[in-house]
Design a protein around this ligand. Structure first.
Ligand SMILES: Cc1cc2nc3c(=O)[nH]c(=O)nc-3n(C[C@H](O)[C@H](O)[C@H](O)COP(=O)(O)O)c2cc1C
Length: 374
């Protein structure tokens, strides 16, 4: 992975206020599930990994189980036990000591959860529709997804309260804020889109009803902490996990307007479909609909990101795989240095390999890059 930046890079390295947070640059680290938290407890190795990336304007730590019932990966972290909060405290202390800022992404997997990882329990979803587009990544290899049961309206306040509790736990663990995971086909997204939500009643039917679940969770998180400490991630076009919507722009414009009124710190938009199936310009309408900081993600190069910020289309850009493989990404962007290539074989699970062993620029590389800039 290489980059040919516009020289000199200006926009990405400009400071920005994101809600209650002052960030020194606009190069954010996108949330990346790494499945290295045995029994859902964050480890010192994870602290090392995040501390290495403290030069990000903001780190958004990986999808983390807001409540016990929501495991959809092997060894993804949680934040619903005392032990997990203590594990995260080590992470946030290390990141802060290294001069960084870190939010925690909170999620519930909904129908992406599997009985194999949840003591045999059937997953919940807005409707009893199973994922068929891709298999479940089981402990012993791929297996079909389970058929979820449609959650009762009466159960929803308990889920919303679970997100509020997780938000308080994130604050107790020393995070600077939380990002609610409303993207990529997990529970919040399942409620929002009509491909997965066939309900009637207060949480189903028209988009104004389907966004209610997301809005209640956003409001609960804001009440548990404060709006300036809360972000929301969305993927209007994402088609993985059997996701679709008959009107992505309309649905997400409505949601963006609603969370704009609540006053959250930022809206984090996956600008494209990771699978490349569904296509539309979602950033332009979302920019109009949302007054806070607009963060965009998905396949950005330095040039792309510079252009997006300079033109005013977005305020900041999150980098996923590039940050995974380049602990010093902002410096590489500043110098126009080469980027390490990510190794997808070590994305999920394992130990230090592929987590903390991606190299920083050496002194010689830095000097060579500096000469290129001059
Ligand atoms: C290994 C891996 C893990 C990911 N985990 C998460 C996650 O926990 N939460 C999330 O919202 N997106 C997750 N994503 C999606 C990324 O945040 C990002 O949207 C995607 O990689 C595209 O951005 P990029 O082109 O900058 O990598 C993950 C992607 C990868 C490759």
């Amino acid at each position: 992975m290489t980059s040919q930046p516009i020289q000199p890079v200006r926009a990405l390295l400009r400071p920005i206020r994101i809600g209650a947070l002052d960030a020194p640059n606009r190069v954010l680290m996108a949330p990346l599930t790494r499945c290295r938290a045995p029994n859902h407890v964050p480890t010192p190795l994870m602290a090392e990994y995040y501390a290495q990336r403290a030069s990000a304007g903001l780190i958004i730590a990986e999808a983390t189980m807001a409540m016990a019932e929501g495991s959809a990966f092997n060894n993804e972290p949680g934040i619903h036990t005392v032990e997990q909060i203590a594990g995260w405290r080590v992470v946030t202390d290390r990141v802060h000591a290294a001069g960084g800022r870190i939010f925690l992404q909170l999620w519930h997997g909904g129908r992406t959860c599997h009985p194999l990882l949840n003591s045999g329990r059937q997953p919940i979803a807005p409707s009893a529709i199973a994922i068929t587009s891709n298999p479940f990544r089981g402990p012993d290899g791929p297996v079909p997804h389970a058929l979820p049961r449609a959650v009762e309206d009466s159960e929803i306040p308990g889920i919303v309260a679970g997100f509020a509790t997780a938000t308080r736990h994130a604050r107790d663990a020393g995070f600077d804020g939380v990002e609610l995971h409303g993207a990529n086909g997990y529970l919040i997204d399942q409620f929002t889109r009509d491909g997965s939500n066939h309900r009637t009643g207060p949480y189903g039917g028209p988009a104004s009803h389907r966004i209610r679940f997301a809005c209640e969770i956003v409001e609960a998180a804001c009440a548990a902490w404060e709006p300036g400490r809360v972000g929301l991630r969305i993927s209007p076009l994402g088609s993985g996990n059997s996701m679709s919507d008959s009107d992505p722009v309309g649905t997400y414009t409505l949601l963006a307007q609603a969370v704009s009124r609540i006053g959250i710190a930022y809206l984090h938009v996956l600008r494209a479909d990771f699978m490349g199936v569904q296509k539309a310009d979602v950033l332009t309408p979302l920019r109009k609909a949302f007054r806070g900081t607009l963060v965009s993600n998905m396949g950005y190069t330095t040039d792309d990101a510079e252009q997006a910020i300079e033109s005013g289309a977005v305020d900041a850009v999150a980098f996923g795989r590039a940050f995974l493989a380049n602990p010093d990404l902002p410096e590489r962007i500043r110098l126009g240095a080469e980027w390490n290539a990510p190794n997808d074989k070590t994305f999920y699970g394992g130990g230090a390999e592929g987590l903390t062993d991606y190299p920083f620029l050496t002194k010689a590389q830095r000097e060579a890059a500096l000469q290129g800039v001059q």
